[in-house]
Unconditional design. Structure first.
Length: 293
């Protein structure tokens, strides 16, 4: 057994430091490149007839550069400060237990990512993701009400289910997102280590960053789930659009109006987002967790 494998099997301490690290990394990811990519992919997924150039113009017209940060405060910050902690805490624990049970780094990464993604969705992401989508899509109608007033009105009208609209689609997306990201990152990292350093080599920062970039890009295979999620949470009104959507009805509506291509609208900015999120949460997450030991 190599030194790198021994490190994988070490019990990661569960502490406030792990939770704070996850929150800090996710806040950094969101406040830098994350939110602009999020706004771009949401704009394109909700307005599936817009090419990327038109989507960028529409976003810029809503508020200049700040238009690319719609929904950052408070919803993206609330989401980031909680979901990052939930992800690192859950994924680290599940990865350790899976590895201790004999799973390979690839399989342990998938299990940790799935568990972390599901925990994210059902803790805080459902509500916050919904409100971020509301912020991006409602502006097309020229709404000027505060985001808190809109949240209160939705809650008053539809209750808890209303402000968590699309949460099951979010859970499916996050589960497959982080299962792919962690799993592919671990697999790619092992392959890079063997190629660059030999059988008993140890991953360096270049290996981890490269693996995270590849994993972030390849994990966007589930873009149809993201388009379905956006459609369920969108505030845009259109003739023939069902008022209350579930995953099945949203899927039918998208296919009827945009065909198979409609399920991949916004995939380019999502690839950018996936690379950035995985680089921060997997590569930087591993780096700083090692420093905290």
């Amino acid at each position: 057994m190599s030194l790198d494998q021994k490190q994988v099997l070490e019990k990661k301490p569960i502490s406030y430091q792990t939770l704070l690290l996850g929150a800090a990394l996710n806040l950094f990811e969101t406040s830098s490149l994350g939110q602009p990519f999020e706004v771009m992919k949401t704009q394109m997924a909700a307005n599936r007839g817009q090419p990327l150039s038109e989507a960028l113009k529409a976003i810029y017209a809503r508020g200049g550069i700040l238009g690319f940060y719609q929904g950052l405060i408070p919803w993206a910050w609330i989401e980031a400060s909680t979901k990052g902690a939930v992800l690192l805490f859950t994924a680290a624990e599940l990865e350790y237990r899976s590895s201790a049970a004999g799973a390979s780094p690839f399989l342990a990464g998938i299990i940790g990512g799935m568990g972390g993604g599901i925990a994210q969705a059902y803790s805080t992401m459902g509500f916050c993701t919904f409100m971020k989508t509301v912020e991006v899509t409602r502006s097309k109608a020229g709404g000027s009400e505060s985001t808190f007033k809109i949240a209160a009105e939705i809650y008053k009208r539809e209750g808890f289910a209303g402000i968590n609209k699309g949460v099951n689609a979010v859970a499916l997306r996050q589960c497959t997102n982080w299962a792919s990201r962690f799993g592919i990152a671990r697999y790619t990292q092992d392959a890079l280590v063997q190629y660059r350093h030999g059988e008993k080599g140890i991953a360096d920062n270049i290996d981890k960053a490269s693996a995270s970039i590849i994993a972030g890009a390849l994990s966007c295979w589930n873009q149809p789930l993201e388009v379905i999620r956006v459609e369920m949470q969108s505030q845009l009104k259109a003739e023939g659009r069902p008022e209350k959507m579930n995953i099945a009805s949203a899927t039918r509506y998208i296919y009827q109006n945009n065909g198979l291509g409609g399920f991949y609208r916004g995939v380019v900015p999502r690839i950018g987002l996936g690379i950035w999120q995985t680089l921060v949460m997997v590569a930087l997450g591993d780096y700083f967790r090692a420093k905290l030991k």
